[in-house]
Design a protein around this ligand. Sequence first.
Ligand SMILES: Cc1cc2nc3c(=O)[nH]c(=O)nc-3n(C[C@H](O)[C@H](O)[C@H](O)COP(=O)(O)O)c2cc1C
Length: 315
Amino acid sequence: MSELYALYQRRASVRKFKPEPLREGDLEKILFAAQRAPTDATAQMYSLLRVSDPLLRRQISSHSGRNPHIETCAEFFLILADVHRLQRLLEHRGEALGRWPRTALHFAIVDAVLAGSALATMAESLGYGIVWIGGVLNGIREISRLCGLPRGVVPVAGLCVGVPDEAPPPRPRLPRSMVLHENRYRAYEPEELEQAYAQMAPIARGGDWHELLKRYFAQGGTMEAREPAYRVFTAQQGFEPDLPAELLERLQERGLEAGSLGELIAQAHARGFRSLQFHSQGHVWIEKEPAAYRGQGAPGEALGQALLEALEQEG
Ligand SMILES: Cc1cc2nc3c(=O)[nH]c(=O)nc-3n(C[C@H](O)[C@H](O)[C@H](O)COP(=O)(O)O)c2cc1C
């Protein structure tokens, strides 16, 4: 049997680590694996941020929900989707990065996950424990500020690597038939959904996977709570097609935050601008009697400009 197959048979995320560093040479090996991962067009739209400063680890941990393993693992990385370096490379030779923000975020996240996954699997194959930390999204803005992430860079997750101090049993997965489709996406029958709950029951305290799914993913759950900050942050990092990041930064300095054109419109209404006129000639008027403000450009840019002018005038 292949060693990799055996590894996947026993692998499980580890959250208790011994206070020991990686063996000499192993950091190099796991970083090597990360860099050997496939990458879209060889553009390598990711970065790894190794957090070696214990204080910074504590700060990141405090913004990441209940993940004390961030502080106790031997190595902690932020896995970053990164278009900043690509932009720098292009600009260095006189070229501007094209306007493809959604696709950029898509492939940058893919590249980041592939690199992180290769790093994690190499670490596990060397006998270390790993756990991904999506909890960093709880404090995505604070963490990004602490780590000085420039525009074009978004944390995808954290990754803990260390000497395991526990050997948890492998967690169940959904039935193969539910995740594998052939030729055509198959509709799910109610019985299959029940079977999924039964199969996944062991991972939930009290044996109720539904409770767990509800807590994370249903209305009022933790994912929903993360969404507004993620939307505003990714827009500020330049990944919102309708809103220029520079403009968002200037609006934020004046206390106005938005992650989409819809949110910008809602913000304008909330600030007493009852009438917003989007003209086909590429400009916007916003009105709060007796004053009116104008912005120019595509709808998001024009509205942002008008609002910025209004905020500056209003002091
Ligand atoms: C994107 C991602 C985010 C995760 N976030 C966290 C986290 O914040 N804290 C944590 O303890 N585990 C986290 N995990 C680990 C999952 O809980 C774990 O992979 C899952 O329960 C399956 O268990 P297994 O890895 O042991 O098979 C995360 C995993 C992934 C892939």
